[in-house]
Design a protein around this ligand. Structure first.
Ligand SMILES: [Zn+2]
Length: 318
């Protein structure tokens, strides 16, 4: 059982919010005033995932520069979700895949509506099928997408989690904080586990949310601190290892919290966003690899005209 110790939401219309102060960098410890950038230099959540209002004052320019490499990896790992979801980063909605590549997803706005253009290798016979039993049409879109470095993407999530830690907790996470300043350093031995789930594919809710959860029972063999990060239609969870309180937890513990967000509707009330059962990834490697989904399937019901996207994980992952 867990209690939330920090919850931080970013929504459309959120006012600028600043975490910490510039007396010292929470990662490398510098206290030199000129090492810090402008107030809005360091974002607590990546800009590429839609954050424009949550900033970290206690992140220096040098650390920010290293962290941008991690954030780039995380963005590439979920690139297809961002393109299909219409998530606006620093320069609009990103394209997935190279412009001259065989496989890509492009977003554009025409007549005030969103258009998606998907280019995939293969013939129509390979890509379209009819399920005789259900009458559902299935359109498969193979997506090569971009390559990413899994360890860097993991460290992006770790950095986001640590940026939210209350100041009084920092002393329990020295190893994790220190490893972030050195790009290739591994945060800890064993797996770098990521629980990944998604709500739906298509227009993503323009909301980001981070939640640090703390184990209630100190004698439990569960991880001491778990971090959940919702970014539009996807949700990550990682175990944020403390220096001293995680000796009882097994190395290969599964991160399987099934999460539902309640997003406020403009007309009042709440709209539930239910995320799937998490897939389990190990993002230890420094070897660049293709993003974790090899295809998206569009399931179309000709009777109701309802259509749903479903991601297909690469066989080597989860
Ligand atoms: Zn620093």
């Amino acid at each position: 059982m867990y209690d939330p110790i920090v919850v931080e939401l970013v929504e459309p219309g959120s006012r600028p919010c600043f975490i910490g102060d510039r007396s010292s960098c929470r990662y490398c410890g510098t206290t030199v005033a000129s090492d810090f950038g402008k107030k809005k230099n360091a974002h607590a959540y990546p800009v590429a995932l839609g954050n424009k209002t949550l900033f970290s004052l206690d992140e220096c320019k040098a650390c920010n520069s290293v962290f941008s490499v991690y954030e780039d990896a995380l963005t590439k790992a979920i690139g297809p979700f961002l393109t299909l979801g219409g998530v606006k980063g620093r320069s609009g909605v990103r394209q997935t895949g190279r412009s001259d590549g065989r496989s890509k997803i492009q977003h554009s706005v025409r007549d005030a509506g969103r258009h998606l253009h998907v280019t995939s290798p293969g013939t129509p016979q390979d890509l379209v099928g009819l399920d005789q039993a259900t009458g559902l049409l299935c359109l498969e879109m193979p997506i090569e997408g971009d390559k990413f470095v899994p360890r860097y993407a993991y460290k992006a999530l770790l950095k986001i989690a640590l940026s939210l830690l209350p100041k009084g907790e920092i002393g329990n996470f020295r190893n994790a904080l220190t490893c972030l300043a050195s790009k290739d350093a591994v945060p800890h031995d064993g797996l770098l586990q990521v629980g990944f789930s998604y709500a739906y594919i298509g227009n993503a809710p323009p909301t980001l949310g981070g939640c640090l959860l703390r184990r209630i029972d100190d004698m439990s063999p569960a991880p001491h601190t778990v971090f959940l990060f919702m970014a539009g239609s996807v949700c990550f969870q990682i175990w944020v290892r403390s220096d001293d309180f995680d000796s009882l937890a097994p190395d290969d513990v599964r991160l399987s919290t099934q999460w539902t967000s309640q997003l406020p509707k403009p007309e009042g009330g709440y709209h539930p966003i239910q995320y799937s059962q998490p897939l389990q990834f190990d993002w230890f490697t420094l070897q660049s690899q293709l993003q974790p989904f090899e295809a998206f399937e569009l399931i179309f019901n000709p009777d109701t005209t309802e259509a749903n996207f479903r991601p297909v994980a690469r066989q080597s992952e989860g």
